[in-house]
Design a protein around this ligand. Sequence first.
Ligand SMILES: NC(=O)c1ccc[n+]([C@@H]2O[C@H](COP(=O)([O-])OP(=O)(O)OC[C@H]3O[C@@H](n4cnc5c(N)ncnc54)[C@H](OP(=O)(O)O)[C@@H]3O)[C@@H](O)[C@H]2O)c1
Length: 305
Amino acid sequence: MQGKTVLITGADGDIGRETTRGLAQKGAAVIMACIDKNAAMPLCESVKQESGNQNITVMQINLAKLSSIRKFADSFLKEHQQLHVLINNAGVYCHKRSETMDGFENTIGINYLGPFLLTNLLLPVIQNTPDSRIVNVSSDAHFQDKLDLQDFNTEKKYSGRKAYNRSKGALILFTQELAERLQNSTVTVNALHPGHAATGIWNIWPGTWRQSLITKMINRFMITPEEAALTSIFLATSAEAKGLSGKYFSRTKRKDQGSGMQPREGVWPLSAHSVVKLKEPSLQFRDKALQKALWELSEKLTALA
Ligand SMILES: NC(=O)c1ccc[n+]([C@@H]2O[C@H](COP(=O)([O-])OP(=O)(O)OC[C@H]3O[C@@H](n4cnc5c(N)ncnc54)[C@H](OP(=O)(O)O)[C@@H]3O)[C@@H](O)[C@H]2O)c1
């Protein structure tokens, strides 16, 4: 990744941090896009020290605010002529319903509309870069729900789980539509499930007994953020992923524990514990009409069109 520039949102979250570390070790110039620039600086410095890679910087972005995304994109386009990889990694799970500065339900706003706008605004620089890649961090959680465009803001009957699952499905529809729109270019765009990982996203009831119980279970049964970062790193850097576009990849447990794996189409080893598999998203999140309708709605809501 020497000479290549990678932009990752939520770079100071748990999976984001490990993705940043992995990419820094591979020699990429990494731009960490974070809500709080000052709070992310110590991580930036420690990544530089550990990796010996001085090309790590932090930029401020708030995906819950369209004006912040526009401001971010403006300065990015002024400063950079190329962007080899964009990783839309930032995400939230909101137990209670709340809204972004622009009045969108927070989960759909931050997990989907923010990345939609950011990616579209950065397309000039992405398309100006040969063989560039867009990586959208989605989730297998999308299998559990459907997206209702009539209730895009989940106003009718809110559940944090439903809002999260829908937002991750929306990211998959976006991935497919963007891949179609970019099919005559060398840009690829894919979505992924990183595996269920013990991260800050599960800190739903901070400081309560309920949370302590959840944290115990999570730490026992879920994979580490390092392991979860491997799928993003695979899609961002590997020769195997080159040219694949509009696909969904899911991290799963490696059965042979690294002792030797028979090569199988659409399955790649990531580590002694993990493989990444090419997987079909759920039926609803492969629906072409919904894909197009969501794009049109998103263009209107973000004032892109
Ligand atoms: N952990 C899992 O089991 C799992 C499974 C499937 C998919 N994922 C996905 O993996 C991605 C990374 O999550 P994680 O598990 O590493 O959780 P995390 O530790 O909570 O990281 C989330 C990151 O997103 C950032 N973020 C939140 N709101 C933002 C906003 N408005 N603007 C910009 N950045 C914002 C957070 O910043 P602050 O910390 O400053 O708020 C944090 O850096 C997410 O997209 C998540 O949905 C996770």
